[in-house]
Design a protein around this ligand. Structure first.
Ligand code: IMP
Ligand code: MG
Length: 176
């Protein structure tokens, strides 16, 4: 497999500063609850939370909708739940990438039952062409084409998460 850079580190960081400034503007005073979807969104959470200048709580939620490899299992399973109550909170779900929309369609409904004051989604990347379920996304870092990407938190079979750039993972060219 070969890696080709799609979004270099500097562009990721510049875009996250813009998103942070936008989020600061959009929210009224008070604490923002940032809910990071493990594991892919952990780097995005780390950088976006520091680009936001208002008070922010962070918590983590484990979800698996993908088995190994590149295809979705279609099932959504909670593998780690939140430790905080969301009642009355302004909640911002932090996701790495929205693909079919199955995960976030399910998750926004679930978290919506916990009586937050508001609930929005921030995703680093979006592949709108791939949508199977509707998802209302407030903040999108980058819209990307229908390619499988790794790096900056995203994996292929748990590998490549620690790359600084977002790269397209493509099969090696076959010679002849
Ligand atoms: P969805 O439920 O199909 O929207 O899937 C969202 C999840 O699938 C993301 O949180 C990722 O974990 C994973 N995913 C989707 N596309 C990619 C990709 O291109 N690279 C790595 N993981 C991906
Ligand atoms: Mg994910």
């Amino acid at each position: 497999m070969a890696l080709r850079i799609l979004i270099p580190e500097a562009r990721i960081q510049a875009r996250i500063l813009e998103l942070g400034a936008q989020i600061d503007k959009d929210y009224p005073d008070g604490t923002l609850f940032l809910i990071c979807i493990l594991k892919g969104a952990c780097y995005f959470l780390a950088d976006l939370s520091r680009a936001i200048k208002r008070d922010a709580f962070i918590d983590f939620m484990g979800i698996s909708s993908y088995g190994r490899g590149k295809t979705s299992s279609g099932e959504v399973k909670i593998t780690k739940d939140l430790e905080v109550s969301l009642e009355g909170a302004n909640v911002l779900i932090i996701e790495d990438i929205i693909d079919s929309g199955v995960t976030l369609n399910y998750l926004t409904k679930l978290l919506g039952t916990r009586k937050p004051k508001s609930i929005r989604i921030a995703t680093l990347m979006d592949k709108p062409e791939r949508r199977l379920r509707p998802v209302d996304v407030a903040y999108v870092g980058f819209q990307i084409p229908d390619e499988f990407v790794v790096g900056y938190g995203l994996d292929f079979d748990e590998k490549y998460r620690n790359l600084r750039d977002i790269c397209i993972l493509e099969p090696d060219a076959v010679e002849g």
